[in-house]
Design a protein around this ligand. Sequence first.
Ligand code: ADP
Ligand code: MG
Length: 346
Amino acid sequence: MSMTKDQILVFVDNFADKMHEHKQELTEFDQHIGDGDHGINMDRGMSAVEEKKPGFEDKSIADILKAVGMTLVSTVGGASGPLYGTAFMKAGGAVKGAEELTEQQIADIFDAMIGGIQLRGKAVEGEKTMLDAIMPARDAYKAAIEAGDDIAAALKKADEAAWNGVDYTKTIKATKGRASYLGERSIGFQDPGATSVSYMIDAMTEAAGGAPGESEAADTVGLVIVSHSPKIAQGVVDLALEMAPDARIAATGGLPDGSIGTDLGSIREAIDAVMGPAGVIMLVDLGSAVMSSEMAIELSDYPELIKIVDAPLVEGALFAAVEASVGSDIKRISEVLARSKTEPKF
Ligand code: ADP
Ligand code: MG
């Protein structure tokens, strides 16, 4: 298996989408331990990349990565501009002439990105920076390909390692970047740069897995978690993936400006992201989320394949994720969820 240029373009798109979607959240993390601009910086940079994307079609993979890097350096502002910019430029340099990327070339990209970040930022692992996500991701990726995994499976492991790295950043004190001014007081907060890097690896993993409906995993029921709060939706998904890492599950919550509510457009995107032949189950937090979800179903190309199930969000998501990942169909999952509604907690 290899990664094609089209998949690299999808990766860039996915990364831009994620920076836009999580702009508010990344900025909040940076408010705790920095100057509150990381989400704004990254969204500005990746939006500029998206504007240049029509010119990427004729470029090689190496030149696309370099162009992303150059655009980020000149538009991001903040420390993350030169850090991400150098990472992408070095990544391009590492795969010169490649028409498709092999397992090893993706490992080379990880190495090159880390090299670029260290060249600019002079940090090492454990200083509460983006390195604490990308370095364990690189190690997990390499271990996986050495054990015989293909790119998609190895990236999935890299992605998990990156998010574990994000959790680890909560426990340590910053010794590089603005957050280091806070010293001990930076403990307890997750690093914004490590978080955006993990979204970048999410974007790469999704691009490698192929479009929804193309991968084998798409034979299982997809799950969509709709909350009024983006944090709750994402938290529920994280928890469910902890129990069932293979589940195909999407979070959607909040309005486009990051405030509390449910947004038809984002619900539709979440459905599309996990739609497959086995259909989609939706779990919603409050009554009014049902209305937006029903509309999203009506507007979908496959309304008959989507079902909103009345179940508690957290327990429902956990049960549904486990059932879906072992191949249960919508009917079976709905039955299990109906029980989760009445079963006492203790
Ligand atoms: P700024 O800190 O200039 O406001 P951003 O807020 O965009 O820039 O980015 C902050 C992120 O940059 C941090 O969360 C951290 O992950 C990363 N970072 C800062 N300094 C370094 C460094 N020296 N090496 C690696 N990453 C760094
Ligand atoms: Mg900042």
